[in-house]
Design a protein around this ligand. Sequence first.
Ligand SMILES: NC(=O)c1ccc[n+]([C@@H]2O[C@H](COP(=O)([O-])OP(=O)(O)OC[C@H]3O[C@@H](n4cnc5c(N)ncnc54)[C@H](O)[C@@H]3O)[C@@H](O)[C@H]2O)c1
Length: 320
Amino acid sequence: MNILVTGGAGYIGSNLVDQLVGSGHTVSVLDDLSTGKRSNLSKSINNIDFIEGSILDEEVVRREVGRVELVYHLAAAVGVGNIVAQPLQSIITNSRGTENVLDACFKSEAQVVVASTSEIYGKSAKLPMCEDDDRVLGSTRINRWSYSTAKALDEHLAFAYAEQGLAMSIIRYFNSYGPRIDEKGYGSVVANFLRQALANEPLTVHGSGEQTRCFTYVEDSVRGTILAASTPAAKSGVFNIGNNVEMTINDLAKMIIAATNSSSTIQHISHDERYGAGFEDTKRRVPDMNRAKTVLGYEPLTDFATGLNKTIAWWTSNLS
Ligand SMILES: NC(=O)c1ccc[n+]([C@@H]2O[C@H](COP(=O)([O-])OP(=O)(O)OC[C@H]3O[C@@H](n4cnc5c(N)ncnc54)[C@H](O)[C@@H]3O)[C@@H](O)[C@H]2O)c1
C-alpha cells in the first residue's frame, strides 16, 4: 500500500514506519521535526519519502494525503510538560492540524487511523477505563486538560467525518515506552527516570508517587496501530491500545534503579513545583482491553521487565 505517516519522525511514528517499510509498503512521512528527529528514521530513510513540513500547512497535507490510500495520523504536540509550557501552539496543532488531515483524507477517500490518548479519560476514577466511558476533566483554567480536550475534538471530528463516509479508526495509546523514547515526549516518566538512573542522579517523582500508570512496550503500541487499520471491523471504532498491568510511579522508579544497577535515590517533588500552581493529576489509569482483544485480536505481548531491558539496551548504545 501507499501509506503516509504524519509524525513519522517521532517516537511511536518512527517505530511504526520501520515496521511498515519492513512489510513492503511504500511509505512517506510528514513531520515538522518539532519533537521528532531525523535520526529516528535512520533505519528506513533510504526507503521512504521524507517531507519536512507541518500538518498546519493545508496545501502540503492535501498534496501528501492525495498520494496515498492510508494515513496514520500521529503528528501532535505531546507531553504534559510541553502542553503546559505552550498551550496555544499545542491546541492549534492538535485541533487545526488534525482537522486538515481528516478533511484531506475525506476529500481524497483515503483511510485514516487517528492517534488519540488515554488522557481522553481525564481524571475519571472509574476503572478499568472503557472506550465509551464518561470523560472527567478539570477546569479550563488548568492547561493540562487542553490536550485531552483537543484530542477529544479530534475524535468527535473523526466520528463526524465517518458519518459522511470517511474510513477511519481511533486508537488511544496508554503510556508507551521503548527504543527512541524521548524525555521531551509523551512517555517522559520512563525517559526521565532512565536518564537520571544512568547518570546516578536522584529520580524525581512528582507528587506522592502512589499514582499509577500502565506501560505499553512500543512494539505492542505499533502492532495495535496496524491492526486498527487492517481489521475491517475496526472501521468507525475507537480502541484502547495499552497493557493493563498497573504500576505505581514509586515502583517504576525502583524497577528502573534496579535494572540499571544505579546508585540513584528517589526524590519526591510536588506537582506544583514541576508544573506550576494548580496542576491536577490522574490518580490511576488502567485500560479496559476487552474491545481491542475482541475486535482487533490485540493483546500486549511484552512484559515490563523485558521491555525495560530492551529500552535500556537501546538507550545505552544510542544516547549514553
Ligand atoms: N507516547 C505515548 O505514550 C502516547 C500516549 C498517548 C497518545 N500518544 C499520541 O501518539 C502520537 C505520537 O506520539 P509520540 O509519543 O510518538 O510523540 P512524538 O513527539 O515523538 O511524536 C509526535 C511527532 O509529531 C511531529 N509534529 C508535531 N507537530 C507537528 C506538526 N505541526 N506538523 C507535523 N509534524 C508535527 C513531531 O515532530 C513528532 O515527530 C501523538 O499523536 C500522541 O498524542 C502518544
